[in-house]
Design a protein. Structure first.
Length: 385
């Protein structure tokens, strides 16, 4: 199985058709340098938060240290898409600082969502290390506590830090040297992405606690909302706004591409969560099954001959790895894995059709943007975690 693409590979595959001839400066190296700069700015921000918090309260400083630790190792997919959409549409050989700041803001937004998501899902691990929920002993500094109160403390810590990360994402945009009208378009795009993502996340929780089983269409709508808006559409929009092309490119096609690519991204996550290497996911094994998440895999298994046995394992907070593997095998036997893989292929095809339609406008910027979008799909298809 191929290794997980890192930020340099994101740049190489997405930027490849736009790169300058060998020896004349590589677009790949240019984009990779910008993502290194995004990573540096994220690390600098977190280090500054630790230092500033140390003056206010050592407990807050501890929260920022834990956050910095669990923030390491991200793939920087969203910042890459901001940079690449800007480069593709403009054909520029340099990336303005404003674009790098927009890219940094999308990663801060992502970190905020992950931090709040850990509370919603009651996850104690993130990217293979203990997150705020899993670091209560470190937070309390050796004081004694019971599990219930410790869990409440971890949840409070994650909610508060997530709020601060959301605030910083907006402050980044506020500080960028942009014309007022452009800044408003950026803020409007962020507001839309936040609203749709929150609607999707709330629906995700709601579907898991409802007495009646939701239809597949409802599950797919939820999956698209929680991922597409801020993972694909927002980065594309921000890059195009910075490039001055958001009013020229067909917004309907960009939305179609983002919806399909984002849904494909989420369906992959659903498959990885059950059928991937459970010790390479950076989360507790079979967490989706333990939390009783009503993913497309579960929706398609509902009503099959294995359903009664599978349903008895869903939502068990004490699910063992043995029972998790049993649930995995039941899902596979139900045929839902194969059905989700078919749906995944259909969404990739839908996204590809939208990308080709973008490139058919006859405008050079649209053509280059469409090439980048197609390369993005190629890379997403290679994801392994």
């Amino acid at each position: 199985m191929a290794s997980q693409p890192n930020y340099r590979e994101w740049c190489r595959v997405i930027r490849e058709p736009l790169a300058s001839p060998r020896g004349q400066g590589s677009g790949f190296e240019l984009a990779a340098q910008q993502l290194l700069e995004v990573r540096r700015r994220i690390e600098k921000f977190l280090d500054e938060r630790v230092q500033a918090a140390s003056v206010i309260d050592e407990g807050l400083a501890t929260l920022w240290r834990i956050t910095a630790r669990s923030a390491e190792g991200g793939k920087l997919f969203r910042p890459a898409l901001v940079v690449q959409s800007y480069l593709a549409y403009t054909g520029a050989e340099e990336v303005p600082d404003a674009v790098i700041e927009l890219a940094t803001a999308t990663e801060l937004l992502h970190l905020a969502f992950l931090t709040h998501d850990d509370v919603i899902d009651n996850d104690t691990m993130r990217r293979g290390v203990r997150n705020l929920l899993g670091s209560v002993e470190e937070i309390v500094g050796g004081s004694t506590f019971d599990d219930e109160r410790g869990n409440r403390l971890g949840q409070a810590a994650a909610i508060l830090v997530g709020d601060l990360l959301l605030s910083e994402a907006h402050l980044r945009v506020a500080r960028i040297d942009l014309p007022h009208a452009v800044r408003l378009r950026v803020l409007d795009a962020i507001e839309r992405a936040l609203s749709v993502s929150v609607a999707g996340e709330f629906s995700d929780v709601s579907l898991s606690v409802r007495a009646e089983h939701p239809a597949l269409a409802e599950v797919l709508s939820m999956s698209s909302n929680k991922t597409s808006a801020y993972t694909v559409l927002l980065p594309l929009e921000l890059g195009l706004i910075a490039a001055g092309g958001e009013e020229l490119v067909d917004a309907r096609l960009i939305a179609q591409f983002s919806d399909a690519a984002g849904l494909a991204f989420q369906l992959q996550d659903d498959l990885f969560g059950v059928f991937g290497d459970q010790h390479k996911l950076g989360k507790a094994p079979y967490s989706d099954i333990r939390e009783g998440k009503f993913t497309a895999l579960i929706a398609l298994a509902c009503g099959t001959p294995v359903w009664n046995e599978l349903e008895s394992l869903l939502g068990d907070p004490h699910l063992s790895e043995v029972d998790g593997a049993k649930a995995r095998d039941l899902i596979d036997a139900s045929g839902s894995r194969a059905a989700v893989e078919q749906e995944l292929a259909a969404q990739f095809a839908r996204a590809s059709a939208a990308a080709r339609a973008v490139g058919a406008s006859g405008r050079e910027g649209d053509r280059k943007l469409a090439e980048m979008m197609e390369r993005l799909l190629m890379l997403l298809e290679r994801r392994t975690s």
